[in-house]
Design a protein around this ligand. Structure first.
Ligand code: 5GP
Length: 191
């Protein structure tokens, strides 16, 4: 918890495949004052993903029902699926006196920015280039060709929003990128 006794809320956004999920997990492992906000999604689980850990995987019907109940702080439609941050899971993290880490897109970051009372720190992660991003998406072997094409198409749109963030970091090397983020967090926690 920072010295304002308000939880620090770090938003990590990036074009898909820039390494943000790995970075979020590394931040949480290195600093146990942080908990990752587990989002709801209508996307199908990937082979290595666990329900309730990586995401709460729900049907479109269930997501729409939660939306109608005003259950989300923010939500977004990405590549034909819905993603959202539920109020109850974030409130639980805050109640337990942890800082919060969000792995969400720029549309979600814009919505969270609308809550002026939040102690937000917004970081945008960029891959070194579009070519490198394509290589990573192919290498991680999680998405079919169509999905990779969509993610590359979204890249140019996504990076237009990088100027809405407090910091932009290029992930050319995970360790270097992680160390830069750690430095930024530590400055913010100690001011
Ligand atoms: P993926 O399907 O690769 O796990 O995630 C696709 C995109 O959805 C990523 O950019 C990720 O940051 C974003 N995302 C994941 N959860 C949420 C959420 O709850 N809200 C928003 N706005 N974006 C999310």
């Amino acid at each position: 918890m920072n010295n304002l006794s308000k939880p620090l809320m770090i938003v990590l956004s990036s074009p898909s495949g820039a390494g943000k999920t790995t970075l979020s997990k590394k931040i949480q492992q290195s600093d146990n004052s942080f908990k990752i906000s587990v989002s709801h999604t209508t996307r199908k689980a990937r082979a290595n993903e666990v329900d309730g850990v990586d995401y709460h995987f729900v049907t479109k019907e269930k997501f729409k029902q939660l939306l109608s109940e005003d259950a989300f702080y923010e939500h977004s439609e990405i590549f034909g699926n819905y993603y959202g941050t539920s109020k109850s899971s974030v409130n639980k993290i805050i109640k337990d006196k942890y800082n919060v880490l969000f792995d969400i897109d720029w549309k979600g970051a814009q919505q969270l920015s609308g809550y002026k009372e939040l102690n937000l720190l917004k970081i945008f992660i960029l891959p070194p280039s579009k070519k490198e991003l394509e290589k990573r998406l192919v290498a991680r072997n999680q998405d079919d060709k169509e999905s990779i094409k969509n993610r590359l198409f979204a890249y140019s749109k996504d990076i237009e929003h990088s100027n809405e963030y407090d910091h932009v970091i290029i992930n050319d090397n995970v360790e270097n990128c992680f160390n830069s983020i750690k430095k930024i967090i530590s400055i913010r926690l100690n001011t």
